[in-house]
Design a binder for this molecule. Structure first.
Ligand SMILES: NC(=O)C1=CN([C@@H]2O[C@H](COP(=O)(O)OP(=O)(O)OC[C@H]3O[C@@H](n4cnc5c(N)ncnc54)[C@H](OP(=O)(O)O)[C@@H]3O)[C@@H](O)[C@H]2O)C=CC1
Ligand SMILES: O=C(O)C1=N[C@H](C(=O)O)C[C@H](O)C1
Length: 245
């Protein structure tokens, strides 16, 4: 049995993870932590893998603590920057065999949409990303959209493409956040869960790639897969695609 502790166990995702763990034949729930609990209570004597769905403010500290404790992490929490990822890599240096796995999105629809967007990017002059979420989400744009924009930008760079056409004269917030040259727009609307649209255009044609996660159960197969694979790739791994393709 894989002993799994959950940080953020009382939250929207944490609750769903606890439910999924109960249904998984090969896993058992270990510690369930909220914001007032000490993450260093998690250690190899009680936990094989810790799952983090907390908040962008808390996740780096949690992750560094768990590395210090020698416990594998599976992380869905957003808020990662290059600098924060570098801190995790550095901390892992002293812990060979330990793994930290971060996925901006655990839903297969979103992972595939990302992959399709990266494949298509080189064939279109223009590309923009629109992410749409429930209004209780604390960060914007979504971690998924930031990743999609970076993947599109990287594909365009590799294809030797320049900037996208845009005659807007002054930078304006109405054009969204520019991530690596790609405009990203965030919608917050009651009734939504997690959705993303990638719009790509050429003269006379458009491609739309859309992923809709209607319920949080959509993230669970990805979370359980990452828990089962914990430790299989030592060090820091970002993205469920590493386990899927
Ligand atoms: N990768 C993916 O597929 C997905 C990622 N996410 C991401 O997961 C994160 C959580 O989302 P969601 O569940 O909707 O958010 P919620 O606010 O519903 O849940 C977060 C929970 O974590 C608790 N918490 C905050 N700080 C700590 C801490 N230091 N230790 C333990 N618990 C803590 C919060 O408690 P309190 O409310 O009392 O502060 C809350 O119960 C977000 O970053 C979101 O973007 C969401 C969906 C899918
Ligand atoms: O907060 C959410 O709900 C989600 N957060 C993640 C993100 O920011 O990309 C994943 C998914 O979009 C749901």
């Amino acid at each position: 049995m894989i002993r799994v502790s959950v940080l953020g166990a009382g939250g929207r995702m944490g609750t769903e993870v606890v439910r999924a763990l109960k249904d998984a034949q090969d896993m058992q729930t270990a510690l369930l932590l909220g914001p007032d609990d000490d993450p260093s209570s998690i250690n190899p004597s009680n936990t094989d893998v810790a799952v983090d769905f907390t908040s962008p403010d808390a996740v780096l500290r949690n992750t560094l603590t768990l590395i210090g404790q020698g416990v594998h992490s599976v992380i869905g929490t957003t808020g990662w920057t290059k600098e924060r990822l570098d801190q995790v890599r550095q901390a892992l240096d002293g812990h060979p065999g330990l793994s930290v796995f971060i996925a901006p999105n655990f839903a297969i629809s979103a992972v595939l949409a990302d992959r399709f967007a990266a494949m298509a990017a080189r064939y279109f002059e223009s590309a923009e990303v629109v992410e749409l979420h429930h209004p209780d989400k604390v960060d914007a744009p979504s971690g998924t959209a930031l990743g999609t924009a970076s993947a599109i930008a990287e594909a365009r760079r590799q294809a030797g493409m320049g900037p996208m056409p845009d005659a807007t004269q002054q930078p304006d917030p109405s054009r969204g956040r520019v991530v690596d040259g790609v405009h990203v727009h965030a919608v917050r609307l009651r009734g939504l869960n997690a959705h993303e649209e990638v719009l790509m255009g050429n003269p006379g044609e458009q491609l739309t790639i859309r992923a809709d996660s209607f319920e949080r159960v959509s993230f669970m197969p990805g979370v359980l897969l990452a828990v089962r694979r914990a430790g299989s790739i030592p060090g820091l791994t970002v993205g469920l695609d590493h386990y899927l393709f």
